[in-house]
Design a protein around this ligand. Sequence first.
Ligand code: IMP
Ligand code: MG
Length: 177
Amino acid sequence: MLLPRARIARRVRQLGRQISRDFQGESVLLVGVLKGACIFLADLSREIALNATFDFLAAASYGQSNETSGQVRLVKDLDSSIEGRNVILVEDILDTGVTLNYLVRLLRERHPKALRVAALLDKADRRIQPIEADYVGFRIPNHFVVGYGLDYAERYRNLRDICVLRMGKGGPEFASA
Ligand code: IMP
Ligand code: MG
């Protein structure tokens, strides 16, 4: 286990307070990146004391596996316009930066009033494209993690804690540390 649920909850509460202060008196549109960010968005949104609406998009990198191929495409676009809105792009994890870099550029072209990025996790050592999130939950070392929305081959998203996945001979196993 890397991040137990109580620690995640405390940090998400802090991020929510910070966002509430930063956008005081305004409304925000939380844009979740499917599917990994949905649990983080659900919890974060309830810690934000502002008028908030939700939208979602989905991106995929070309090719499979855990590795980002460097090419991203939009699989599901937003339902509505973000022009003039305060947009907070909500991501589960910032890894190489390829996905967020693509999404931030795409959304910026649509002229939001403000565009911020909230990433629950940040593996800064892995960055190949220069991008930083405005709100970061935890900086973590370069481990493959699952739980709290994060998956391995679509599994483990519903774990309450964030755990490191260790690959054993018989497939993935949970590491105890
Ligand atoms: P990036 O484009 O390399 O920054 O990749 C970001 C995406 O890769 C995330 O939205 C996740 O879907 C996936 N990803 C990166 N690292 C992990 C991890 O440790 N566990 C699960 N998914 C990950
Ligand atoms: Mg993801």
